[in-house]
Ligand binder design. Sequence first.
Ligand code: 13P
Ligand code: SF4
Length: 344
Amino acid sequence: MSIASRIEALRQRYGRDLVILGHHYQADEIIDHVDIVGDSLELARRIPEIEARNIVFCGVYFMAESASLLARPGQRVFLPDHSADCAMARMARAEDVEKVLEKLTASGRRVLPLAYVNSSLAVKAVVGRFGGAVCTSSNARVMLEWAFRQADTVLFLPDRNLGRNTAGQLGIPAEQQVEIDAAGLTLDSEAAAQARLLLWPGCCPIHERLMKPEMVREFHRHFPGCRVLVHPECSPEVVALCDGSGSTAYLIKEAEKAAAEGRENALCIGTEFHLVRRLMERHADRINIIPLAQASCSDMEKVDAPRLLATLEQLESGAGAVTVDEALKAPARDSLMRMLENCR
Ligand code: 13P
Ligand code: SF4
């Protein structure tokens, strides 16, 4: 039997006792077997409605941690490869974030942390303890507005690009946005003391380093009048040259709209390649979708069909379930719930 048929046989065997979730960045060999596909916001929102005892999360570690946090008592969350850990999330260590926030607030300055969901649960717990919240690329603007209603200064982490791109939408001038360092040494500068938005020095290597302004110019030269749309984890320089930027959900919707309207003959999309290739294939008869770069996320790729099969084969034993430190649960849940309540 092929790996795909063995996975399907196990899905049948577990029936209602198993739900498989997959992020849009997963390869087709995984998406073919998932019950729910979504971006990180959509998948987090769906967890509380799941009744199955076993949830297999095909994505990266921080997503499975959030799922485990939001799961019901007795439910078990599995990630087929625990080393699938988002490179951006690794750029913010909870100890560093805590030290920076302690330093920032020691003098009574009203600073609120806003953590992109691409961060560890330990970071989300620190953020929750300091009264802050989580956001995703779909709701970063709403959550940054919320954060500025609570405090004079916001510390946005770990993604400096999402922070800057969202601040640009709110009209916060570049000179009021200051990138700090993880050791907090730059906090002593005059610029940091005056800043409205402090940015953690993190980024997504796939969106920041592999998607360049020159690629956008090149596409516009070859396809005059056609649009380039990118994920806001791309640098502000790239976003400034593009015709739109937004979350995974936004990019999927725009591709669907463009295909339905049939006005453009090409549309360039700058985000993870497995998703772009799926959009290319899905809409091939209506529109030519072109990837800005063939950039796939090596962490997302660690979850492949053999690993999914291995997880399903040992599901009964419970081995490899994602666990969350009890002490982190309450503050991390606070930061996640502040997002879910503000973005119903
Ligand atoms: P979304 O929040 O759009 O799902 O993106 C997650 C991610 O890892 C983007 O690189
Ligand atoms: Fe993390 Fe980037 Fe991979 Fe998304 S694409 S999971 S931000 S490394």
